[in-house]
Write a protein that binds this ligand. Structure first.
Ligand SMILES: Nc1ncnc2c1ncn2[C@@H]1O[C@H](COP(=O)(O)OP(=O)(O)OP(=O)(O)O)[C@@H](O)[C@H]1O
Length: 239
C-alpha cells in the first residue's frame, strides 16, 4: 500500500530551485535511503513533507490525504514526523520532560504523557539519563533523545535527517541497530544520510538527489553502480 505520494514537488528560494519537480512514492513499511551531495535539496525535501516549509508547487499525499501546505503540528498529528540535523532540545529540561512534551501531543493527561515518554526513553535506551538535563547529554545521547522525541509522536512515517552525523564509528552501530528495531516495529522510514555503510545496511530502496532533482531511484546495489551517481556523489574510489 502506498503511504506517501509526492508529485512534482518544488521549492524555490528567490530563484534557486532547492527541490525541483520531485516525484516519489513510499510504500507502507519500507525503508527508503536518500543520498546526494551537499545542497542537493534533501533537508528541504524533508521540510516540505513535514510541513516546516510550504512548497512552491506540487502535491504531497500521505495515507490517502492531501497534506500539501499543512503546518508541521498537523502533519505530525497525521503520523508524519521528522528529526532535525541540528537538534534543539530544551536544554535545561530533563530528558523525561523533553520527551513528555512530545508525548503530550498524543496523550492529554500529564500522567499518560509521562508514562508514554518513559516507555519511549526505555526503547531508545536512555533510561540512565531520564532525569538528567538534556544539555548534559553526550552527542550519542542527544541523537537518542531526538529519536525519542520523534517516536513519542507515534509516527507511521519517520523522516530521519543525518541521525548518525557527528558520531564516531563505535557509536554508530547501536544507533543503526535501534533504527532497524524501529523499522521492524512497523514504522516506515525515509533516511537521509552521508554514512554509506549505514545507508547500504538499512535501505531497501535508494533515492539519489542532485541539484534538487532525482538522479536515480531503485535497488541500492544497482543505484550505487550508476555512473551518474558515481560522478555526482560517490566518486570512483567508492565505486
Ligand atoms: N531557507 C533557505 N533560504 C534560501 N536558500 C536555502 C534555504 N534552505 C536551503 N536553501 C538552499 O537550498 C539548497 C538545498 O539545500 P538543502 O539543505 O536542502 O540541501 P541538502 O541536500 O540537505 O544538503 P546537506 O547534505 O548539506 O544537508 C542549497 O543550495 C541551500 O543553500
Amino acid at each position: 500500500m502506498t503511504l506517501l505520494q509526492v508529485d512534482q514537488l518544488t521549492k524555490s528560494f528567490s530563484g534557486l530551485r532547492a527541490v525541483s519537480d520531485v516525484d516519489v512514492t513510499v510504500t507502507d513499511g519500507e525503508f527508503l535511503g536518500i543520498i546526494g551531495p551537499n545542497g542537493a535539496g534533501k533537508t528541504t525535501l524533508f521540510s516540505l513533507l513535514a510541513g516546516q516549509l510550504p512548497p512552491t508547487s506540487g502535491r504531497v499525499v500521505f495515507d490517502g490525504q492531501d497534506i500539501t501546505g499543512w503546518p508541521a503540528d498537523k502533519v505530525a498529528g497525521a503520523g508524519l514526523v521528522r528529526t532535525f540535523q541540528l537538534m534543539r532540545p530544551f536544554e535545561s529540561m530533563s530528558v523525561l520532560e523533553n520527551v513528555a512534551v512530545a508525548a503530550h501531543h498524543r496523550h492529554r493527561s500529564r500522567r499518560a504523557a509521562r508514562r508514554h515518554a518513559l516507555e519511549v526513553i526505555e526503547r531508545v535506551r536512555l533510561a540512565e539519563y531520564v532525569h538528567a538535563p538534556s544539555g548534559s547529554l553526550p552527542t550519542a545521547g542527544l541523537k537518542r533523545l531526538e529519536l525519542a522525541r520523534a517516536l513519542a509522536l507515534e509516527p507511521r512515517l519517520l523522516l530521519l535527517d543525518e541521525v548518525l552525523a557527528g558520531l564516531v564509528p563505535a557509536e554508530r552501530a547501536p544507533i543503526i541497530e535501534l533504527l532497524r528495531e524501529i523499522h521492524a516495529d512497523g514504522v516506515t522510514v525515509m533516511f537521509v544520510e552521508h554514512i554509506m555503510a549505514a545507508v547500504m545496511a538499512l535501505s531497501e530502496r535508494l533515492l539519489v538527489m542532485a541539484e534538487g532533482q532525482e538522479l536515480a531511484l531503485g535497488d541500492p546495489q544497482e543505484v550505487i553502480r550508476d555512473p551518474r551517481v558515481v560522478e555526482a556523489y560517490l566518486g570512483e574510489d567508492y565505486a
